[in-house]
Design a binder for this molecule. Structure first.
Ligand code: DX5
Ligand code: ZN
Length: 218
């Protein structure tokens, strides 16, 4: 199943609940929450309080992409706030297996994110634990960047490994995914499509989401 995980990073924060509702009407089925700490990435966004504020206004799963150093320290806070899925960057987890166990123990679905320069092979041992793998198709930190085609081979490689290993984790892609790039990421094997700037433009959210999904499913 191809799903749109709309990134609220590109939304109008003053009207967050309305923006989420519009993206949902357009067919979005996952809320992608980009958490940045100003250390792992050169930008700061939001944390558990926003997850907590979103929880009562949508029934959609909250997919929290943690672009932070030391994610272990915040897993409990995200669980308590109502997060459903947590993805941590491979690059910051010295004990990745332990971090994934911690996410599971808190009742959330664990995922790992790969920066553009991080190879798929770094995840082979933990793939059986994962709900999904998030392949970055830009360097993390900002919305509205240009899609990096090197992500396509990584997506295809993960799809192959999934088949070979008899697993069923999902493949999410994030960064520069828009109407003109979405077909190739789906073709490569991604099925959770993160999109921010392609969805959130004033007054056009529902229509953008609909058109994005039409292009993804074409
Ligand atoms: C980038 C974030 C992305 C970002 C995507 O660090 O992880 O989720 O919001 O934005 P677009 O779709 O505009 O590239
Ligand atoms: Zn993201």
């Amino acid at each position: 199943m191809i799903e749109l995980a709309f990134s609220i990073l590109a939304s109008d924060f003053a009207h967050l609940a309305d923006e989420v509702a519009a993206a949902e009407r357009g067919g979005g089925t996952i809320v992608h929450v980009d958490v940045m700490d100003g250390h792992f990435v050169p930008n700061i966004t939001f944390g558990p309080p926003i997850v907590k504020a979103l929880r009562p206004v949508t029934a959609l799963p909250l997919d929290c992409h943690l672009m932070i150093e030391n994610p272990d320290a915040f897993i409990a806070d995200f669980a308590e706030a109502g997060a459903d899925m947590i993805s941590v960057h491979q690059e910051v987890c010295r004990h990745l297996h332990r971090t994934l166990q911690l996410i599971e123990q808190h009742g959330m679905k664990p995922a790992v994110v790969l920066n553009p320069a991080t190879p798929v092979e770094t995840l082979v041992e933990v793939l059986p634990m994962l709900h999904h793998v998030l392949v970055m198709s830009v360097n993390p930190g900002f919305g509205g960047q240009k899609f990096l085609p090197l992500a396509l081979d990584k997506i295809a490689h993960l799809a192959e490994l999934r088949e070979e290993m008899g697993l069923n984790f999902r493949i999410e892609v994030d960064g520069g995914v828009a109407h003109d790039t979405v077909a190739q990421v789906v073709q490569a094997g991604a099925d959770m499509l993160v999109a921010g700037s392609a969805i959130f433009s004033p007054g056009k959210i529902e229509q953008n989401a609909r058109e994005f999904l039409a292009a993804a499913r074409a």
